[in-house]
Design a protein around this ligand. Structure first.
Ligand code: OVM
Length: 411
């Protein structure tokens, strides 16, 4: 496989190839065997079906995320190259941008989502989670997706943002559109896009200042944007990032959390014994069962990736698929990566990304996970599966459509 055309002194290799389809139903349903294959194939792999590069090891994914000058976002963080194809919506000023524009936008949003601003929400969020869990526990059994995971983020977060009550049913379909749109134009994408028009109309209207509760984070974001010289249109686009990134991700995260705990009774017992582990437990869920499985970057120049056998040269302008979920189970980085262990140090997982684009809402996400898991730890004595879980397939997100559980109330 060694080519003779490489730079003098170092063997230039052609990267290992794979015909795996990361957007096939088989892969999306159970990505983990394919993740092992990709990690074992090498630090960088050529995916023949899409003619893209893939990285699935922790070291390489982490390095790429922290090197935005080489691995850029402004060509889109999905398969589609914005320099060649028209994006399905006006690009995000946050996600689909590079420095210096990204840096400016990020500062505006960071000012609104500061750790103290999020901490102020804690008591209210805990009360809501306690009430919701109490009503479910009283019934002895429930669907942990439709009745828990989908309920909390669709109520608590939009309330805090100050979105209109009317039309919130559009939030989950919009997230499904956005996260499927990072993949190829396959059946998942097309199904998500059915009926897109009223959804997009509501999203756009709800991001305008006149639609928002003046006391909410949405109004604060508009103010923060105005202070930084953004137009109202740009500020509305920045707020759109909250609606895109802030709902489905936490729904999948909470669903995955309940699934992990129901499937690992020893871990649920450990959480029950010490509910202050709720935050750490949610962190381990993000490592073990990452809601956001992948993001793309695009190379801005030719880049050399060192491998034990030599150097692989990725040309400039190519798409690179980063497998966050695979990096989070890389045995090179983690002890017993396939074990769900809430007592482990899960910090360093890439479920929120890393580098300058790392999830700006991660404090909010952690708070939502913490309050729901705290409520379960305090109110539930036994949590067990009550029927088969059903996956909800999405080109980017990994999680469940249905998760019947049986619960016994704690006394
Ligand atoms: C956005 C955004 C930001 C983060 C994640 C994301 C769809 C979207 O700015 O729209 O996922």
């Amino acid at each position: 496989m060694t080519s003779t055309t490489g730079p003098v002194g170092a063997a230039q290799l052609s990267a290992p190839g794979s015909d795996l389809d990361p957007f096939s139903d088989e892969f999306l349903t159970d990505p983990y065997p394919a993740h092992t294959e990709l990690r074992e194939a090498g630090p960088v792999v050529w995916l023949t079906r899409y003619r893209i590069w893939a990285m699935a090891r922790h070291a390489e994914v982490d390095r790429a995320l922290k090197d935005p000058e080489t691995y850029c976002s402004s060509a889109g963080v999905g398969l589609s190259d914005f320099r060649k194809e028209k994006p399905w919506r006006p690009p995000s000023l946050l996600l689909e941008a590079d420095a210096p524009e990204h840096t400016r936008a990020r500062a505006v949003v960071s000012r609104v989502l500061t750790p103290p601003a999020v901490r102020r929400l804690k008591d209210d969020f805990q009360r809501r989670a306690d009430e919701l869990v109490a009503s479910l526990v009283a019934r002895g059994g429930f669907d942990a997706v439709s009745e828990l995971a989908e309920v909390f983020p669709v109520a608590a977060f939009p309330d805090v943002v100050g979105l209109p009550e009317q039309g919130r049913e559009h939030l989950l379909p919009y997230g499904a559109m956005a996260f499927n749109a990072f993949g190829p134009r396959n059946e998942h994408f097309h199904r998500a896009m059915e009926g897109a028009e009223p959804v997009q109309r509501w999203i756009t209207a709800s991001c305008q200042p006149e639609a928002l509760d003046p006391a909410g984070l949405g109004a604060k974001l508009h103010q923060s944007a105005r202070e930084s010289g953004y137009t109202v249109e740009e500020a509305a686009l920045l707020l759109r990032s909250f609606l895109t990134a802030g709902v489905d991700t936490t729904v999948y995260g909470l669903g995955n959390a309940v699934a992990c705990l129901a499937e690992h009774p020893d871990q649920f017992a450990a959480l029950r014994a010490d509910p202050s582990m709720a935050r750490a437990a949610f962190e381990e869920v993000l490592r073990f069962s990452s809601p956001v499985q992948t993001f793309f970057r695009t190379t801005t120049r030719q880049v050399s990736v060192d491998t034990p056998e030599g150097t692989v040269e990725i040309p400039g302008g190519d798409k690179v698929l980063l497998f966050l979920g695979a990096a989070n189970r890389d045995p090179r980085r983690w002890d017993r990566p396939e074990e769900f262990d809430i007592s482990r140090r899960a910090v360093g997982h890439l479920g929120y990304g890393a580098g300058p684009h790392a999830c700006v809402g991660q404090m909010m996400a952690r708070l939502e996970g913490e309050v729901v898991l705290t409520a379960l730890a305090q109110q539930v004595a036994e949590l067990t599966p009550a029927g088969p879980a059903r996956p909800r397939l999405n080109n980017t997100l990994h999680g469940l459509d249905r998760l019947p559980v049986r619960v016994v109330a704690a006394d």
